[in-house]
Design a protein around this ligand. Structure first.
Ligand SMILES: C[S@@+](CC[C@H](N)C(=O)[O-])C[C@H]1O[C@@H](n2cnc3c(N)ncnc32)[C@H](O)[C@@H]1O
Length: 197
């Protein structure tokens, strides 16, 4: 169940063509952020800020969310949601650039949680950079990782589905990570960065 602030943010996302994470996915992200007592989180794909709000609600009260989206109009919508929520300005850092440009400029091993909600065909370009940002024990979350079940159905061979399959296979092989697929929403791949990696 979402409150009025989340519902309004979701409506703005629909108007902008930036569909928000499902309510169940948002709740999962809040739990992960809370369990990590996250103080530094990166989100790729701000959209209208629905997942951002869930994350901020779970994070430590002084935690900072760095949220990246290539589209300035989406950032405007998210900022409206943050204002409505009463989020203190120092708790969010919004960056209006493509993720592949921004991630190399962020500090290595400095983040508790990296959440990716951008479109699947863009994933491969920055997943490796995203993993590099995680501290040992930090978590990577790939939202919509099952693509409505297409990823596990071999009949689907389109570009997006194949790209996501390749990314998931690479994450399974990555010795720095311990991954698990959570069947919430359209699938959320969670992967913890091993303490010895
Ligand atoms: C599905 S929407 C995100 C929904 C949002 N997380 C929410 O819950 O409200 C995907 C967003 O990713 C952004 N995006 C797509 N590719 C990107 C990229 N390569 N770098 C940065 N942002 C990107 C789009 O502009 C869009 O706003």
């Amino acid at each position: 169940m979402e409150d009025a602030t989340l519902v309004r943010a979701r409506d703005r996302g629909d108007e902008l063509g930036a569909p928000a994470v499902s309510t169940a996915t948002g709740a999962l992200l809040q739990v992960v952020a809370g369990a990590l007592h996250a103080r530094a989180v990166v989100e790729i794909g701000t959209g209208s800020g629905v997942a951002s709000l869930w994350l901020l609600r779970g994070m430590a009260p002084d935690g900072v969310l760095t949220t990246i989206d290539a589209d300035v109009a989406h950032h405007r919508a998210a900022k409206a949601a943050f204002a409505e929520e009463g989020v203190e300005p120092q708790r969010t850092r919004t960056i209006a650039r493509p993720a592949a440009d921004v991630l190399p400029r962020l500090a290595d091993t400095a983040y508790d949680l990296v959440v990716v909600t951008a479109e699947p065909h863009t994933l491969a370009a920055y997943v490796d950079a995203a993993v590099r940002l995680l501290r040992p024990g930090g978590v990577l979350a790939l939202v919509d990782a099952l693509q409505a079940g297409r990823v596990v159905d071999p009949a689907w061979r389109d570009h997006d589905t194949t790209a996501v399959r390749r990314v998931l296979a690479a994450l399974r092989e990555d010795e720095r990570l311990a991954p698990a697929m959570v069947p919430v929403g359209d699938g959320v791949l969670l992967a913890v960065r091993r303490a010895d990696a």
